[in-house]
Design a protein around this ligand. Sequence first.
Ligand SMILES: Nc1ncnc2c1ncn2[C@@H]1O[C@H](COP(=O)(O)OP(=O)(O)OP(=O)(O)O)[C@@H](O)[C@H]1O
Length: 297
Amino acid sequence: MTNFASTQSIPAATPIRAAGLSKVYGTHQALTNVSVRIEPGEIVGLVGRNGAGKSTLIRALLGLIEVEAGTAWVFDEAALTMSDGVKERLAYVSQTPTALEWMSVKQMMHFIARLYPSLDREYVNEALKRARIPIDRKLSALSPGERQQVELVRALAIRPELLVLDEPAAALDPAVRRELLRDIVIRAGEGGTTVLFSTHIVSDLERVASRILFLHQGHLILDAPVDDLKECVAHVIVPPHALPEGAIVGELHRRILADGALSLVLRRSPAEDWPDFARRAGIRTLGIEDLFVEIAQ
Ligand SMILES: Nc1ncnc2c1ncn2[C@@H]1O[C@H](COP(=O)(O)OP(=O)(O)OP(=O)(O)O)[C@@H](O)[C@H]1O
């Protein structure tokens, strides 16, 4: 008799999945009904203006905060009650790392090595040397950029299956940032690491991300492969007399201009055509930076 259980492959667990996440701080609605799914090996960039809810979403996805509605799962376990086994498979670097401040860089890496026997010591030594980090200095005495680099080295060195970085490049100079991105891409390519990172630096996204999540005032208004953006997101200015009746399919954002015209950002799927009114008004395709600026207005 054939043993099907041993011949059929088991589908890999989904690194990140969330349905209907909503988060309120006091009276401020920071997230509204956000659903997302990140598959193994993806590099996903999370963008949005200051205060859009990026850090809140990351924390909710990892079960670091409670939410008013919705659920998040990490490797198919509820994020809020994640087991130690799942925690060991992920690394998270927050926007302002503050843990273990009283230790020196060297002490901290020894401490982490005890927790994670698989820590890639060779990478730690090489990366800290390359970054010229003073390894005998206390973490609390490092500059913000040095501190962030140490955290990133730690996160990459444990070779996580899931790497979540909240604005990893914020304090880094362009040369270091480029090296970091290269390390991330290598990890993702060689080790199959799934990466979610938030950023304001659009060129970083274009360089490494395969997918973009765009948060605007707590709403996930766009979730699309980076390669599809040019083809599937467009800007159109519609004169007041040419506005279509009713809801506009694929509308991502709108603002009324001084002359009463409507400035619209539209989305379509690759198989669809742009609506007639938009084609008549003139379609302008948008890169990520243009999209960011248009939605920010
Ligand atoms: N603990 C908190 N208490 C009250 N309000 C909060 C708290 N944390 C975040 N907020 C508010 O929720 C909103 C979303 O904050 P969040 O830090 O998630 O935004 P962000 O997109 O990461 O911003 P930035 O790009 O500036 O880091 C902001 O308006 C912020 O002021």
